[in-house]
Design a binder for this molecule. Structure first.
Ligand code: MN
Length: 321
């Protein structure tokens, strides 16, 4: 997905939660995406004071909408894109030659490294489309790596007391995703059965966050309404998940706190203004070779917006304990 929101506004709401652990309930921003006709996108990361959760640096929930997604070729650097559909099928093409459909339960993982381009077009004609688009920041020693693409259709699942977790990235409770990532991380899709309650073990050296997708989930005593992100900080050995009269779908994200301060602008992740400006310049250069070509679009592409007149600065983490 292409990020068309270059001047985001962010809201942070504090909750009175556990008195010993961080629990911040964060509101989404409703972002108009010009490239997606009429699609509703809730942006949950980055937030003011919360640029990353582990290496997770971007989280959009798109839909549910009966709509057509049509995101033309656009570039990425310094990150991996994680596409996790909940409903509908997306046709992914990229400049490393991938041309695949991704369906619910399957993971598309594209590594931008020094530069990649891709397009995402919904495969159905206005069918229900719902899903998550996430970015993982690459560590400094990998942010210039060659681009790559993986699709995983067989992902590990564990079940405990009415909770089923599909581990799409990293490791949770001994289940490890085959997806290639470069920092200690977890991303898991959770289904909590109606009326059930279960404790999920966590790594206390990770920071975690959880987003309720369709209904309110209770996380260690904190109510998390749909499309809200609960940031849980580090130091937790486990979380207790419970659902009311209906099952709840949610996504757990976590990872080792990401050490580097990141400069993020448009579809680029870097360490400095100059790096981002160079990536933009390269994308706008006719006949560029850095990002390659996404075949099948007759040369159509999303042009980069103008850089702001100020120098881009890193986003700062304000909630670590
Ligand atoms: Mn994209």
């Amino acid at each position: 997905m292409s990020n068309l929101d270059t001047r985001p506004e962010e809201t942070v709401c504090r909750t009175a939660a556990d008195d010993h652990a961080v629990a911040l309930l964060l509101e989404p921003r409703d972002v108009p995406l010009g490239g997606l006709r009429g699609i509703h996108v809730d942006r949950l990361l980055p937030q003011r004071g919360l640029p990353t959760v582990g290496a997770w640096c971007f989280l959009d929930i798109f839909g549910p909408n009966n709509t057509q997604m049509s995101v033309l070729p656009h570039p990425h650097t310094g990150l991996q894109t994680v596409t996790w559909p909940l409903a509908g099928e997306i046709h992914h093409r990229d400049s490393v030659g991938s041309d695949v459909l991704v369906r619910p339960g399957q993971l598309n993982l594209m590594t931008g490294g020094r530069g990649v381009a891709h397009s995402e077009i919904s495969a159905g004609g206005g069918e229900l489309l719902h899903g998550l688009q996430l970015w993982v920041a690459l560590p400094a020693e990998r942010d210039d790596m060659a681009p790559a693409f993986e699709q995983h259709v067989d992902l590990p699942v564990f079940a405990r007391g009415g909770v089923r977790a599909t581990v799409f990235v990293g490791e949770l409770a001994g289940e490890r995703s085959p997806a290639t990532v470069y920092t200690p991380l977890v991303g898991a899709d959770l289904t909590v059965d109606a009326g059930s309650r279960a404790t999920i073990p966590l790594r206390p050296d990770f920071e975690h966050a959880i987003v309720a997708v369709d209904r309110t989930l209770v996380v260690s005593g904190v109510e998390v309404p749909p499309a809200r992100l609960l940031y849980l900080g580090t130091g937790r050995e486990d979380i207790m998940l419970s659902a009311g009269r209906q099952p709840v779908r949610a996504v757990l994200l976590g990872g080792e706190p990401f050490a580097d301060e990141l400069v993020m602008w448009w579809n680029f992740v870097g360490r400095s203004h100059d790096e981002i400006a160079a990536a933009r310049e390269d994308w706008e250069t006719p006949g560029q070779t850095r990002f390659g070509v996404v075949h099948g679009h007759g040369g159509a592409r999303i042009p980069a917006p103008e850089l702001p007149r100020i120098r881009l600065t890193p986003r700062r983490h304000g909630h670590r304990t």
